[in-house]
Design a protein around this ligand. Structure first.
Ligand SMILES: *Cc1c(COP(=O)(O)O)cnc(C)c1O
Length: 477
């Protein structure tokens, strides 16, 4: 995945469309269903000439640092085109009719391999629409596990009555917003998500508070680890703490879920001094019951693609089974293969699903472990170079206050020292249309955030643009 060799992806210097492009696109939108269609040729012209200029450019510019968006590697893009051209619906294991599900199985094996997880330990593995969906699946499995009666069978209220449980809690630190969303969807409720972080380091667990919450009687618990927190990129645990939390979960019958949407890829880093703080942050991932990952973030495949891994296939199948539809049962021929691949419709949310495995298969096979390791090193290298620049700047301040460069992953949180300049900082950077940042809040004040997530990173080239823009916006205010 040599970003120099990216000639197939012409780079632009602009990350955002102009106001005029957006207004033009808006004015040209087809306003209602035509009685007689405009035809293929016209619709292509319309999409390419009117709509595309009105899109933002996370994949066309290397300087899109909003959210954690990623890009699409050339191999994943090709995989996506081929998936769509062939309109594969990957839902039932039909080994005599299509190889698609075995491709998905191989892609998931390669994902496990990339993360140094043994695929035998993670038999419930599937591609989802994203980390939100994976968190929903994770909490649904956790909910099933922690009661001594089946929610899948009896429903939440009856299962709680049988189990003698009065309350649920999801214990976590600085969770991603989608954890609360997932808790809402699976019927636990947003209010059951409880933060048990340390006052002085909110992303880390207060182990005593965790133990005390877990020991409450008549309460069923899921522990959710924020494996790289979205504002700071900091990891909630190290290997020792993961061991300790695993023990607590075993002792109190809790489910251990890890939201590693973008933290996951720290597992490919070399175990050297330079990356020690990050490697430590993903140590003990193998102790979880379930893991959320995003492929459309750091794996750099097209939207949408998330990863879900769990150790508990029978439990997952109990929650998600769709076996009443006789016409969807496993077709003949499965027995001829060495191994039966679970039908995705019995282990995940959807029935029909797109072939989102093919881009993952393509990109992992094309670039291998080395390609991804190199990409991560370039991303972290750029993030650390930006963090150093900000830390030494008279105008800007690196956040959190005690942040050190060797803990910088792919996120750089900062603000302008001057409050007035800080209030409009993100807007002024984005108005240049050459660099795009996300705004956030830190300690009740506005803050800005770089998320370095594209495979196209070239440290020197990109740093030069960033320095220029950051200098320009403070001088121009
Ligand atoms: C992005 C993110 C999510 C949500 O992921 P989607 O793919 O947008 O659904 C959840 N958790 C974390 C930590 C994230 O970074």
């Amino acid at each position: 995945m040599d970003s120099d060799a990216a000639s197939s992806t012409p780079l632009t210097v602009e990350v955002l469309p102009t106001k005029k492009d957006i207004e033009h696109a808006r004015s040209q939108l087809i306003s209602s269903l035509p009685e007689k269609g405009i035809g293929l040729e016209q619709i292509e012209k319309h999409m390419r000439n009117d709509l595309v200029p009105g899109f933002n450019k996370p994949n066309k510019s290397p300087n899109f640092y909003g959210f954690v968006t990623g890009g699409t590697t050339p191999a994943s893009l090709l995989g996506d085109h081929i998936a769509v051209e062939n309109d594969q619906n990957v839902q039932v294991f039909l080994p005599k009719e299509t190889i698609a599900i075995e491709v998905e199985d191989r892609a998931l094996n390669m994902v496990c391999d990339l993360l140094n997880l043994s695929s035998d330990d993670w038999p419930h593995r599937t591609f989802t629409t994203g980390a939100t969906a994976s968190n929903i699946v994770g909490l649904a499995c956790g909910r099933e596990f922690v009661l001594k009666a089946s929610v899948a069978e009896h429903g939440l209220r009856e299962a709680m009555r049988i189990a003698g449980v009065e309350q649920f809690q999801v214990l976590t630190t600085v969770p991603h917003s989608t954890l609360r969303k997932a808790a809402s969807i699976v019927g636990l409720g947003r209010a059951c998500v409880r933060d048990v972080g340390l006052a002085e380091a909110p992303h880390r667990f207060d182990t005593e508070a965790l133990r005390s919450a877990l020991s409450s009687s008549k309460v069923a618990s899921i522990v959710a680890i924020s494996c790289a927190e979205v504002n700071t990129g900091l990891f909630a645990t190290n290997g020792e703490e993961m061991k300790q939390i695993r023990q607590l979960c075993d002792q109190y019958g809790a489910w251990l879920h890890v939201d590693a949407a973008f933290g996951l890829l720290a597992r490919v880093l070399p175990h050297t001094e330079e990356y020690a703080a990050l490697v430590e942050g993903v140590e003990g991932l193998e102790l979880a019951d379930s893991i959320t990952g995003d492929a459309h973030k750091l794996l750099n495949v097209p939207y949408d693609c998330g990863i879900f891994l769990s150790r508990h296939l029978a439990l997952g199948t109990n929650v998600f089974q769709n076996t009443n539809a006789a016409y969807l049962s496993v077709a003949a021929g499965a027995e001829e293969l060495q191994r039966i691949v679970p039908s995705p419709l019995n282990i995940g949310l959807e029935n029909s699903r797109r072939f989102r495995a093919l881009p993952v298969y393509a990109t992992l096979a094309a670039y291998g472990r080395e390609g991804y390791r190199d990409m991560m090193q370039r991303q972290i290298g750029l993030a650390r170079a930006i963090a150093s620049f900000i830390a030494s700047s008279p105008f800007y301040e690196l956040l959190p206050d005690d942040h050190s460069i060797d803990r910088t992953y792919i996120i750089v949180l900062f603000r302008a020292k001057d409050d007035e300049a800080n209030a409009t900082l993100v807007q002024r950077v984005n108005d240049t249309r050459r660099v795009y940042l996300s705004g956030t809040q830190w300690n009740g004040r506005p803050a800005a955030r770089f998320a370095i997530a594209t495979w196209q990173v070239q440290i020197e080239r990109d740093l030069a643009v960033i320095k220029e823009i950051l200098q320009e916006v403070v001088q121009r205010q």
